[in-house]
Design a protein. Structure first.
Length: 273
């Protein structure tokens, strides 16, 4: 029996808290080597374990190590988390969390790992270029702002890649290419994804008191927002394709009527494909 009123609302809220937290914990556990490297290096700097002179190099070393392990841990775990978020956005809110997560983890592991290596290289190149233009080449410092924009676009395309790898059966390079095309071709959706996900991440990192959100909610909330935005693009493209197919079928029917050759059911169905 479904509860109604305030108790029913509280029950639904508690269910969503459970879904988000369990999925986020699974994501953290499956990407633990990456999380461990980032956390230990961040805490070492924050607590003053390393000197201020060494802090920059120490953090750089941590990010390099984290980047090396990310394709093998963080990327497959994130794809699995997006697989769960896909179920939620498509209305299957009662889908089994563990089964859905680990099935997507297994199915998308290889593609996520390959894409992870490519994305890590792209991010590394852009970060190095940003540092060069922002620090060493003072006369071209304005170019560094371009790399900030490119980094944001690359991050949104990464979210679109995770959404596509759990929604389509395509080759890895085709997924990456389409993720980039969607990001560039749908600027308003891309900006929306960047802003909403950025707000969630900023809130999670804005205060030590709110950092508990990272292991329990941040990842799963970001995945749900990113896939919801991607699914909006997908549904719009589906509607456009259906309208184009219907227009093509109408045109074929008119041409057949003009020459006195009415289409039978099989021909009409074929014309709609």
């Amino acid at each position: 029996m479904e509860m109604k009123g305030m108790m029913g609302g509280l029950y639904k809220i508690s269910e969503w808290i459970m879904r988000l937290s369990v999925t986020n914990i699974l994501w953290v556990v499956c990407s633990l080597p990456f999380m461990f490297l980032v956390f230990t290096h961040f805490m070492a700097v924050a607590t003053g374990t390393v000197s201020e002179e060494q802090a920059g190099d120490f953090m750089k070393q941590g990010f390099i190590l984290a980047g090396i392990v990310a394709p093998f841990t963080l990327f497959p775990a994130t794809s699995a988390m997006f697989g769960v978020a896909r179920k939620w956005v498509m209305g299957e809110v009662d889908a089994p969390l563990l089964k859905t997560f680990f099935r997507n983890y297994k199915e998308s592991y290889l593609q996520s790992m390959i894409a992870g290596i490519i994305y890590v290289v792209l991010f590394a190149v852009m970060i190095v270029d940003f540092q060069v233009y922002g620090g060493e080449l003072k006369d071209l410092q304005f170019v560094s702002y371009l790399f900030i924009a490119l980094l944001i676009l690359l991050g949104v395309s990464l979210f679109n890649f995770f959404s596509m790898v759990v929604h389509y059966h395509m080759k890895t390079f085709q997924l990456i290419k389409n993720a980039l095309f969607i990001t560039i071709g749908r600027p308003f959706r891309s900006i929306s994804t960047a802003v909403m996900c950025g707000v969630v991440i900023y809130i999670s990192l804005s205060s030590p008191k709110l950092m508990f959100l990272i292991p329990f909610f941040t990842g799963s909330v970001v995945a749900a927002i990113a896939f919801w935005n991607f699914y909006g693009i997908y549904m719009k493209l589906q509607m456009q394709a259906e309208k184009a197919a219907a227009a093509e079928a109408d045109e074929a029917r008119k041409e057949a009527d003009e020459i006195g050759l009415p289409l039978d059911d099989a021909q009409e169905q074929h014309s709609r494909k």
